[in-house]
Design a protein around this ligand. Sequence first.
Ligand code: GDP
Ligand code: MN
Length: 394
Amino acid sequence: MKVHEYQAKDILKKYGVSVPRGRVAFSKDEAYEIAKEIGGTVVVKAQIHAGGRGKGTFKDGFQGGVKLAKSPQEAREYAGKMLNNILVTHQTGPEGKKVEKVYITEASEIEKEYYLGIVLDRAKECNVIMASTEGGVEIESVAEKTPEKIVKVWIHPLAGFQKYQARELGFALKLTGDRFKSFCELVEKLYIAHEQSDATLTEINPLITTKDGKVVALDAKMNFDDNALFRHKEIAELRDISEEDPLEVESSKFDLNYIKLDGTIGCMVNGAGLAMATMDVITLEGGKPANFLDVGGSATEERVKNAFRILLSDKNVKSVLINIFGGIVRCDVIAQGVISAAKEIDVKLPVVVRLQGTNSEKGMELLKTSGKNFLTADNLQEAAKIAVKAAMGE
Ligand code: GDP
Ligand code: MN
């Protein structure tokens, strides 16, 4: 689960990480009041679940989702331009994201920008803390072009974070004196925040040093492990459904594991592993999956119906591939779900079905006698071939 910058900073603040003072505003008048309260120059920051806001452009041509405002009047003006406007950044895709709130913070005097991030290193099976002198820039492009400019320390899961590891990073960034000390303290607090809140990603870009020697998290991004949210009620409450893909929100209501992708072949599969394999075979056959969808090992007719409906409401879908292995679930139950969904929704797209396992003959028979024009296949590769051809209109 993702949260907004202001929410991530509220969490980090609780752990003692130094962040600029600020409050979120839902209207331009509120922005004015907060700016007045903070005093001096403030920053007006569009709150969306995407980065690159500073260099982003609004749909009406207004430039920048991060603006310095010298007075409360100016803060109100910028907030007015951003709120209810669509911000397009390199992370939002061309459709952009609607800004519904802005964060008003005190402005910092930047001496230098750094990058600091914590993420799980799957290959090493432990968390990695990364730091770089190339702050404020896309870390992905630093990693690509100048990987030597990113320093990393790996945290042993049993030994935990060790203070020398922060010092190692601090030396690599060539920090000295107070800046070095503050940096080490901040890294430690950031790591504790990350670990204790079950975050999967904590990214400070940029982390800055100020002209008066402070080290401050100027931006903050945190993602959390959905499977750990049950033990973090206060974090779970931060969920902003308006930021999520509507189809993914809809599918989470039915406990379906649905992830929207940008291809044209809708997939419905039982089991995550089989779903991954199905997507691979589609790709191998020259197609592109429109989604990942795992209806679960114990799919009922009702679940299949909802899954089918959600999958088809993606306008990009040109054909559907249903790949079911009847282990726990019976193929005839799935077939029944598909048939009643197809009748209810009046599906016009080609639907390819491959059923294997328990009661597969019975399931196939039901599909053939349903009066609906299902395409069937005995094996996955054949099914994928048919689905890819169908998606291309052949
Ligand atoms: P992002 O573009 O979505 O990553 O948003 P950031 O919060 O990282 O802000 C983008 C850029 O705006 C930063 O890299 C800074 O250069 C600039 N910026 C943000 N806050 C301040 C501030 O308080 N003072 C100054 N001088 N610049 C800021
Ligand atoms: Mn940033």
